[in-house]
Structures are given as structure tokens and as C-alpha cells.
Write a protein that binds this ligand. Sequence first.
Ligand code: ZN
Length: 132
Amino acid sequence: MNINYICPHCNGYLSLNDCVIFSVRTAEFKVGLISLHPDLGNYTIKKHPGFEFDEGQELEFFCPICHSELDSDVHKRLARIIMIDENLNEFVVLFSRIAGEESTYKIIGETMEIFGDDSAEYIDFINLSTIF
Ligand SMILES: [Zn+2]
């Protein structure tokens, strides 16, 4: 399987080995790098132990390459990146910016797959939205 995640602003690869790398800022303006698991629905996070934030905190996600904010027009608490699968299909991936909240959406055209125990949280906003 060869799945890649890219930044929607600079098209740079966010994928590195078995991780997806982000630059993150907390509500208290602490900054650090975190990596998310490339399997959607796997919420394993890796980060430096010195970069601390509590569950429920709203995190801002930035591209580590071009530093653009990875925000979404659908809902202010969702981040947006692009996923390219092994057949070169391009999906929009939205995920919650709230630490510990498990909400992920994989969208292509009018087809959506949802992941995570908290995915009901934003589903209405996505269904109502036509802008990605
Ligand atoms: Zn970028």
C-alpha cells in the first residue's frame, strides 16, 4: 500500500515513513511537531514529551513545509489535508483539531467514509457543505 498525504497549499508531502507530520500550535501558543498514524481511524499520536497539551484543547495545524494553516471551510474545528491512494485517487481528508477527539472524514466527490468514535460531531456540517 502506498498512500500519501499532501498539503493542499504547497502540495508538499506530509508523509514520512509511517507517519504524517504536522506543525502544531496549542491554544496557549505552545508549538511543536506531532505525527499522526497514516491509517485513518488510528488515533495514535507521536510527539516530543516536552510538547504537552491536554485532551480537549483546540490545536492549530500547520504544514511543516510552507507553514500554511491546514484549516477547513466546513467547520472551524476541522483540519483539511489531501490524501492520494495507491491508484492516484485524490481525497479530501478532514479531521478534528480537538486533542483526543476522534473524527475523521475521507471525501471524494459525493462519497464519504467516516472514522472515529466522535465522527457524528461534524457530519451535519459536512453533509450541508458543498465547498471543500
Ligand atoms: Zn504546505
